[in-house]
Design a protein around this ligand. Structure first.
Ligand code: ADP
Ligand code: MG
Length: 291
């Protein structure tokens, strides 16, 4: 492409809220044939709400105080939703004295002398905690598209909370557009398989890779590249940064974290996934490669 057509292409993309880091990225995007979409905050609004509470060891208020205290130090959208939901229930949340985030898994904190773990089943497995008596409830919640967050207190399973996130209004249409462009679309998430499959079905995405840790997301990108694919990764979170940097084209949402934006080649200013198709169409146009 000529410098003039690159200038024109970048300008038109910018009008659509699609910012290319440079001309090189505008030229490269037309080669993409696989698009990986992060779930939370990308396909969904990333503003989940606390919907269910199951306390198995103590009463619900005591349980939620500990969960809230542990999550208060986390910047994860799930944690923010859980803390907000607990506060809305009029429960006073105590301070945690020690806090540690375990990326893609959850948090660990000490609250009123008790060690509290909040997060995925992998987090429970890592600490040898058996999750008992709630298997059917977990399946049911996950099949409805909710994310289940497990909690343990002093090494024993204490209960769970569930959060529901809404799919962005534009996601389904944007996915259909990507498929029309001949692209293979895959949902790539750190969330569990059942929840991910429900969200994928509701959005028209045919393939799902679930339970992916941040480095696991980058590995999926490399695996696809080794098969000759040109991969676009779209994400919003710190957990997406390694995959965004590894992908042939990393696309961050302007609504996402600074870490994701600086790891990406393209920023989609509005959170709307139509920006992905806009970016690829603009690149194809610029490269005179309209399919
Ligand atoms: P996604 O790929 O959907 O954006 P993440 O990689 O950020 O998700 O997180 C993967 C999973 O780890 C989440 O679905 C959640 O179950 C769990 N998790 C991560 N951080 C937290 C937290 N602070 N509190 C509870 N669960 C968490
Ligand atoms: Mg995300």
């Amino acid at each position: 492409a000529t410098p003039t057509s690159i200038m024109a292409g970048s300008g038109r993309a910018a009008e659509l809220g699609v910012l290319f880091k440079g001309g090189e990225q505008l030229e490269a995007a037309h080669k993409v044939d696989v698009v990986l979409l992060d779930k939370t905050g990308t396909v969904t609004e990333g503003k989940p709400a606390l919907t269910d509470v199951v306390a198995v060891m103590q009463d619900e208020v005591r349980f939620l105080r500990l969960v809230g205290a542990a999550e208060q130090g986390s910047e994860h959208p799930l944690a923010e939703a859980i803390v907000a939901g607990i506060a809305e229930r009029g429960i006073a949340i105590p301070e945690a004295v020690s806090f540690e985030a375990i990326p893609g898994c959850g948090v660990r904190a000490v609250v009123e002398g008790q060690t509290v773990l909040v997060g995925t089943s992998r987090l429970m497995d890592m600490h040898g905690i058996a999750v008992r008596h709630v298997g059917a409830r977990i399946s049911e919640l996950e099949e409805s598209g909710r994310t289940v967050v497990l909690a343990a207190v002093n090494g024993r399973f204490a209960g769970l909370v569930a959060v529901a996130d809404t799919i962005k209004r534009s996601s389904r249409q944007a996915v259909a557009r990507l498929r029309k462009l001949g692209l293979r679309v895959i949902l790539l998430t750190g969330d569990n398989r059942r929840t991910a499959q429900t969200i994928a079905r509701q959005t028209g995405i045919g393939e799902v890779v679930a339970d992916a840790l941040p480095e696991g997301k980058a590995q999926i990108v490399r695996m696809l590249q080794s098969k000759g694919h040109k991969v676009a990764m779209v994400g919003d979170g710190i957990n997406d940064a390694p995959a965004l940097a590894t992908a042939d084209i990393g696309m961050a949402l302007g609504t996402g974290t600074d870490v994701a934006i600086s790891a990406a080649d393209i920023t989609i200013m509005r959170g709307d996934l139509n920006g992905i198709a806009d970016a690829i169409e603009m690149s194809r146009l610029t490269m005179g490669n309209i399919r």
